[in-house]
Ligand binder design. Structure first.
Ligand code: 13P
Ligand code: 13P
Ligand code: MG
Ligand code: MG
Ligand code: MG
Ligand code: MG
Length: 371
């Protein structure tokens, strides 16, 4: 019997500014989801936070893209938005881009990662939650988990994963997708996903012959781009991901290992700067320095045979990640010293804000041809 794991998130108001989620929003979402457990809509849930993003983690039997589940999350976000408005939180309802729910939450603002899976004898799962960055921030770590033998020893030494994996990559500008096989097509894959603002890993699948069926995802990332939905660039979509672990998949420690390197991602202040992504415990995921630096939280779960969420375990709450946090602080300091210069500030086409057209217009007369 299959269970669906859905992680759906939205920024519906920051406290203060864009720094964190007010506890009353968490309580409101918990009330809505508790009722949904009672009436049998979902099996289990947990409400997490990362920065100013409210994260609903749910198990159920309705499959992915279920209008019932999406409607439930929309309701939870709407109820919490009422509270955010009462409290005058910053950007209340920011990510709820449509007024009325019409069957599917995709394209309505929230970020969504869902997978329908056959629960294994033991099903260890990690949910990742990022703030102040975009879905492409997952490209490097997901690649390392499932395709880099210097990260994942199992690719070399575990006969159950030696054949490699399949990566589904989305071109989020052209709305196209392609599936690439590793290790055979690793250079083609990297040629795409190195351009992380355009080519985003959406899912990873096993190959034929793996213990897990070929069409069951082993990892999934949220990829909604808010600016495409709204018709204008209104924000980077702080992303979430789900990754299954162990037993023919990367071990838990191989899933977490990429985050020991605080790689550079786009987002941070005004969604317009490059900076390091800092792995932190949930209580430390309150970005404040220059509204950052970007954060990633990892929550560990065992999914019980009935679909209960046994957890969370706050996985970056480990002194072994102190070095990565310290490195992120050093990189943040180094990047900040560039002020308004690239590559700290993003190239023009990737910025959420820009005054450039206005500046150019004002200077139009004063620009002279170079002879
Ligand atoms: P155990 O032998 O403790 O189960 O660990 C196996 C493993 O996968 C470690 O990465
Ligand atoms: P969020 O995307 O987390 O709301 O942050 C927006 C921003 O402008 C931070 O400076
Ligand atoms: Mg915000
Ligand atoms: Mg955010
Ligand atoms: Mg977030
Ligand atoms: Mg954002």
């Amino acid at each position: 019997e299959k269970i669906t794991l859905s992680v759906i998130k939205a920024d519906i108001g920051g406290w203060p500014g864009h720094s964190r989620v007010h506890p009353q929003l968490v309580e409101t979402a918990e009330e809505v989801l508790s009722k949904a457990v009672e009436d049998g809509t979902i099996i289990d849930f947990y409400v997490a936070t990362c920065g100013d993003d409210l994260q609903l983690i749910m198990t159920h039997r309705k499959g992915v893209d279920s209008s019932e589940i999406h409607g439930l999350t929309w309701k939870a976000f709407e109820e919490a938005t009422k509270v955010a408005k009462e409290l005058g939180l910053y950007g209340a309802g920011q990510d709820l881009l449509k007024d009325a729910f019409s069957g599917n939450i995709r394209g309505m603002g929230p970020g969504i990662a869902e997978m329908e899976i056959t629960i294994r004898k033991s099903e260890p799962v990690v949910t990742f939650h990022m703030d102040k960055t975009e879905p492409g921030a997952f490209n490097l770590p997901i690649f390392r988990m499932f395709a880099d033998p210097f990260n994942t020893a199992g690719l070399v030494i575990d006969p159950n994963m030696h054949m490699g994996f399949r990566f589904e990559v989305w071109d989020i500008k052209e709305h196209k997708r392609v599936i690439l096989n590793t290790p055979e097509e690793v250079y083609d894959l990297l040629a795409l996903i190195g351009a992380k603002s355009r080519y985003v890993i959406k899912r990873v699948f096993p190959k034929e012959g793996h213990k897990i069926a070929k069409d069951e995802p082993v990892a999934v990332v949220s990829t909604e781009k808010l600016y495409e939905i709204a018709g204008e660039y209104i924000g980077k979509d702080d992303p979430v991901a789900i990754v299954r672990a162990q037993s023919g998949l990367p071990a838990l420690g191989e899933v977490l290992e990429p985050f020991a390197f605080p790689h550079l991602v786009s987002g941070w202040m005004r969604g317009s700067h490059n900076g390091p992504v800092m792995p932190v415990a949930m209580h430390q995921a309150n970005p404040t320095r220059f509204d950052g630096p970007p954060r990633v939280v990892a929550l560990g779960w065992q999914i019980s045979p009935e679909g209960k969420l046994v957890g969370p375990v706050d996985l970056f709450d480990d002194p072994a990640f102190d070095g990565a946090r310290q490195k992120a602080v050093e990189i943040a300091e180094y990047m900040r010293r560039h002020g308004p210069f690239e590559p700290h500030r993003l190239p023009m086409e990737d910025m959420e804000y820009t005054t450039l057209p206005g500046v150019l217009k004002r200077l139009e007369e004063r620009f002279k041809k170079i002879e």
